[in-house]
Design a protein around this ligand. Structure first.
Ligand code: ZN
Length: 195
């Protein structure tokens, strides 16, 4: 299973004060230990800890590095706390769409929704066969065809995002080497006629 959850659903705290800057997330690091030095946790960087210990002596824990944990390395703590925060999910998706989706009315609307703090219900990368149930293509009433085609054309890994904005939701399908497709529909199915 290659599913990777990039963002968990958030509360979609939209409102007049919502902004990308105000929604920054603290930078996080995996916790790592050093062979022969039990009890001390370091912040994992790329192939080494933040404090500079090299990869082959390290083993990775499943939890994230917690600067305030009593057993945390002091140097890693200082560096982790000084690290710049990273942009929120909405800002990262916004910038990805600016780069990887063609300029079109749906993209314009989705970018505006993200700037208002619309909730990212799911943002996931994995094999298309595993992701079909997350698409809610049945609810998409605009541009559903191209999104379905992008899904069908990709036999391997694809990135999906669903964004919920008040009464509408957007589906983004991003093939690994293509342009992102955006579809839009209602959040809940329209009541069937005659029932
Ligand atoms: Zn350290």
């Amino acid at each position: 299973m290659l599913l990777r959850m990039i963002d968990t659903p958030d509360s979609g705290a939209s409102g007049p004060t919502w902004s990308f800057a105000g929604a920054c997330e603290p930078a996080d690091y995996p916790a790592v230990g050093v062979l022969g030095v039990p009890g001390v946790q370091h912040a994992g960087g790329t192939g080494r800890t933040l404090c500079g210990i090299r990869g082959r002596y390290l083993r990775r824990f499943l939890n994230l590095f917690e600067p305030q944990y009593p057993g945390s390395c002091h140097k890693c703590r200082a560096l982790a706390e000084a690290a710049p925060s990273r942009p929120c999910g909405q800002e990262r998706l916004h910038d990805l769409l600016l780069r990887d989706a063609d300029d079109a009315p749906l993209r314009t609307d989705l970018l505006a929704a993200l700037r208002r703090g619309a909730s990212i219900a799911i943002w996931i990368t994995g094999p298309t066969t595993d992701l079909q149930s997350h698409t809610r293509l049945d609810l998409m009433t605009e541009e559903a065809g191209p999104a379905a085609e992008a899904l069908a054309a990709v036999g391997r890994s694809v990135t999906l995002a669903r964004v919920e904005d008040a009464d509408r939701q957007y589906l983004v399908v991003l093939p690994p080497d293509g342009r992102a497709r955006i579809a839009r529909g209602a959040v809940v199915p329209a009541p069937a006629a005659g029932r």
